[in-house]
Design a protein around this ligand. Structure first.
Ligand SMILES: *Cc1c(COP(=O)(O)O)cnc(C)c1O
Length: 349
C-alpha cells in the first residue's frame, strides 16, 4: 500500500534490460553515440517535430530549470501557478539556474491556472519600468501538482495569453504520459499545436531509472541549452545510459502502457473511495494522483495497517479522530489491484 509518490516505484524490467543491452563496448561520450541518436529520433517522431532539439537530463528539476534558464534573463520573472513544482519543490533552482530571475505566482484553486488569472497576473507585472521585473516565460504543469488536468482548450487558452504578451511557454511534463492518456490526444496536440515552446518530458515517475527529455520545438535555443546544461553540471558523459532508458520507454509504446496502468490503479482506488459515505475529494482526480479527504481515525487505521502516503495541508499529530484530513495518493505503473483492495478494505474497517 505504497501511495507516497510515483518515484517510489520500481524501474520497469524492460528499461533495465535496455541498460544491460547498451552496456556493450565503447561508444562516443557526451551524447555522441548511436543510442542517443536513436532516442532523439524517436522523440522527434512521437512529437511529429522533425526539427525539434532534444536533450536528456537525469532529473525533472534539471529539465525544468535549464529550459526556463534558456528563456529567462536574470531580470525576468517566470509566471507559474502558486503550487508549481518549480516554486514549491525545487529549492530555488529556477532562481539559481537563471542567475536570479524570480517567479510570479498565479493564484489557483486546484493547481490549474485559468487564462483570465494568468492574463491579470502578467498584466500587473512590468508596471514599474526599470524598477521591477520584466516579463519572462510562462510555465504550465500538466498534470498539475494537485492531480488536475488541463484540457486541450485550457492549454491553448493559456498559450494564447502568453503569446499576447510575446512570452514563451514551458510545460513541466513530469507526468506527461499520465496526462496524455487521459486527454487521449497526441503529444503534438498537447504541446506545440497548443502553443507550447519547450517541454520537460518526464520519464522517471513512469518507470525509468532517471531520465527526462527536454524538447524545444524551435531549435534556436539548442546550443544555449547545451552550454547551460554543461555549465550546470548536468551533461552526462556516459550519455547512452540516459538514452537507452528513453528508447526502451518509447519502444512499442511502453510509456503509454505504463501510464495507463498507473491511471487505471488511480481510477480503481477512486471508484472504491467514491462509494464510501464520508470520503470527498479536495480536487477533481485525473492521471495517477488524487487527494481524498476522510477522518483522522481512518488515516490512523491505514497507517497502522502499513499504508504509506502523505497527509496534505495538515497533520495527524494530535488531530481528533473525527477531524477530516486530506491524503495525497499517487499510483505508479506497478501499483497492483491487491494494494488498492487492501487499502479500500482497511478503510472499510
Ligand atoms: C517530480 C516532479 C518533477 C521532477 O522532480 P525531480 O525530483 O527533480 O526529478 C518536476 N515537476 C513536477 C510537477 C513533479 O511532480
Amino acid at each position: 500500500m505504497h501511495f507516497a509518490s510515483d518515484n517510489a516505484g520500481p524501474v520497469h524490467p524492460k528499461v533495465l534490460e535496455a541498460l544491460a543491452a547498451a552496456n556493450e563496448g565503447h561508444v562516443g561520450s557526451y551524447g555522441a553515440d548511436p543510442v542517443t541518436a536513436e532516442a532523439v529520433a524517436r522523440i522527434r517522431e512521437i512529437f511529429e517535430a522533425p526539427e525539434a532539439s532534444v536533450h536528456f537530463v537525469a532529473t525533472g528539476t534539471a529539465a525544468n530549470v535549464l529550459s526556463l534558464a534558456s528563456y529567462a534573463q536574470p531580470y525576468h520573472t517566470v509566471f507559474c501557478s502558486d503550487v508549481a513544482h518549480i516554486h514549491e519543490d525545487e529549492c530555488n533552482a529556477p532562481e539559481f539556474y537563471t542567475g536570479g530571475a524570480k517567479l510570479t505566482l498565479v493564484p489557483t484553486e486546484d493547481g490549474r491556472m485559468t487564462a483570465s488569472a494568468l492574463r491579470e497576473t502578467i498584466a500587473a507585472e512590468e508596471s514599474r519600468g526599470v524598477h521591477g521585473p520584466q516579463r519572462g516565460p510562462v510555465s504550465i504543469t500538466q498534470i498539475t501538482e494537485r492531480g488536475t488536468l488541463y484540457s486541450r482548450g485550457d492549454l491553448t487558452a493559456l498559450c494564447e495569453v502568453a503569446k499576447d504578451f510575446g512570452l514563451p511557454v514551458h510545460m513541466d511534463g513530469a507526468r506527461f504520459a499520465n496526462a496524455l492518456v487521459d486527454l487521449d490526444c497526441t503529444p503534438a496536440e498537447m504541446t506545440w499545436k497548443a502553443g507550447v515552446d519547450v517541454v520537460s518530458f518526464g520519464g522517471t515517475k513512469n518507470g525509468l531509472m532517471g531520465a527526462e527529455a527536454v524538447v524545444f520545438f524551435d531549435p534556436a535555443k539548442a546550443w544555449e541549452f547545451e552550454l547551460r546544461r554543461k555549465r550546470g553540471g548536468h551533461l552526462f558523459s556516459k550519455h547512452r545510459y540516459l538514452a537507452a532508458q528513453m528508447n526502451a520507454y518509447l519502444e512499442e509504446d511502453l510509456w503509454l502502457e505504463l501510464a495507463r496502468a498507473a491511471n487505471g490503479a488511480r481510477e480503481l482506488l477512486q471508484a472504491g473511495l467514491s462509494g464510501m459515505n464520508d470520503v470527498s475529494f479536495a480536487y477533481e482526480p485525473s492521471g495517477n494522483m488524487m487527494f481524498p479527504t476522510f477522518t483522522a481515525g481512518d488515516h490512523r487505521r491505514l497507517f497502522e495497517a502499513g499504508a504509506v502516503y502523505h497527509i496534505w495541508g495538515g497533520t495527524l499529530d494530535g488531530a481528533a479522530d473525527e477531524a477530516r484530513l486530506t491524503a495525497r495518493l499517487v499510483c505508479d505503473w506497478s501499483t497492483g489491484p491487491e494494494a488498492v483492495d487492501h487499502f479500500l478494505d482497511t478503510l472499510r474497517g
